[in-house]
Design a protein around this ligand. Structure first.
Ligand code: PHB
Length: 377
């Protein structure tokens, strides 16, 4: 069925504000991630004088609480009640899967500024959905490459038992075992629990050569501190996708210093683009940017590419989504493009936690593209 636009709707499509609906966690273990994404997005819009493609931007927001069971109701507040033009969200993969289904069914534009659920740029891929962040497979895979290169042979993994955890571990295992290692045991606990003690005891008993962890936000702070408090940081090197130490270093204190992780961003990338971004962010918010702020900023850049191409006329849907997919994003992380499935093709960096920064050490994998398994466009 094609929906005919009324004259009024057509006029609305080219004038008045573009309605952007943030669906993000503003409470719970991922609250700071949601806030950083919103801050980054709004910073880019402010830098453009408050307009994209010649149109003012009007914001709506819903706290999704990182609660998959509420995802459909929450996203419909933005789609049906607020009638937003563009959805921006979210952090949690399980919630994002619900958003992607609703966006597909209603043909609403969706820009995902974090959640890595592989299926979104796999079997659920769609022209109206793009991601400014990563697929879960990507940082798992790049960390597996590095941990194998370091010569570690037996690894254990530990994470929350949901899509982000299991898919990141899968990516890690794929690369680590291709590089000659073996994952001897996967440990997990329900999201967002932080009772790590029994699992840390098991790691101490098994004595692997290395541990790979996916945790983020408040849970990552607690995990890194507990790992050190158990004395494991002295005997078994801990690695993670970079979320383990991103936006968390201040709260983790000494426990995180020296930790090596891989991610598509490093705080101290010494490029004019990153330096300008960090300065602008610090001035606007009196806080240091992190990877989530970058992903929010780049979500706005992708929307701008689409709106600029159609001069703000949302009724030119195909030209808009094509421009969004074809753009080269001049990101603080470095320039990147989007795959056919709408996921960033990007360099993955090895970083080391030093003081308040995740410092660049080397490129772990150049221009890493998600395999987009199951995506048919
Ligand atoms: C996810 O659920 O996809 C997720 C959450 C937090 C992160 C990364 C991925 O830092």
């Amino acid at each position: 069925m094609t929906l005919a636009m009324t004259g009024e709707a057509r006029a609305q499509a080219a004038t008045g504000p573009v309605k952007v609906g943030f669906m993000l966690p503003y409470t719970g273990t991922y609250a700071s991630l949601g806030n950083m994404i919103e801050a980054g997005f709004k910073l880019y819009v402010q830098e453009q004088g408050g307009k994209l493609g010649g149109r003012e931007i009007q914001y709506f927001k819903v706290d999704d609480e990182s609660e998959p069971a509420k995802a459909t109701d929450n996203v419909n507040k933005l789609i049906k009640r607020d009638q937003v033009d563009v959805l921006v969200g979210t952090v949690h993969s399980g919630v994002a899967l619900g958003m992607a289904k609703a966006a597909k069914e209603s043909n609403t534009l969706l820009i995902i500024p974090n959640a890595g659920a592989d299926a979104i740029t796999g079997p659920l891929c769609s022209p109206n959905i793009v991601r400014s962040s990563f697929s879960n497979w990507q940082p798992g895979y790049s960390t597996g490459v590095v941990v194998a290169q370091k010569g570690h042979k037996r690894a254990m993994t530990i994470t929350w038992n949901y899509a982000a955890g299991s898919e990141t571990v899968k990516g890690f295992t794929e690369a680590f075992e291709k590089g000659g290692g073996k994952v001897v045991k996967d440990l997990n606990l329900p999201f967002p629990n932080v009772e790590f003690q029994a699992l840390l005891t098991e790691i101490a008993a098994q004595k692997p050569d290395a541990v790979f962890a996916f945790f983020a936000g408040g849970g990552a702070v607690k995990f890194v501190k507990d790992y050190a408090a158990a004395g494991l940081n002295k005997t078994i090197p801990l690695y993670g996708s970079g979320f383990l130490t991103d936006g968390t270093l201040e709260a983790q204190g000494a426990a995180a210093q020296g930790l090596q992780t891989t991610l598509h961003y490093a705080d101290n990338l010494d490029t004019p683009r990153n330096n300008a971004f960090r300065k602008s962010f610090a001035l606007a918010y009196k806080a240091n940017a992190d990877v989530y702020a970058v992903q929010g900023y780049d979500a706005a850049q992708i929307l701008a590419a689409g709106l600029n191409a159609v001069k703000g006329d949302l009724s030119k849907r195909e030209a808009l989504t094509t421009a969004m997919h074809k753009t080269t994003v001049d990101s603080p992380r470095g320039k990147f493009t989007l795959s056919a499935a709408g996921n960033p093709v990007q360099d993955m960096y090895l970083r080391e936690a030093k003081g308040p920064n995740n410092e660049f050490k080397s490129i772990a994998v150049k221009a890493l593209a998600d395999p987009a398994r199951g995506c048919k466009l």
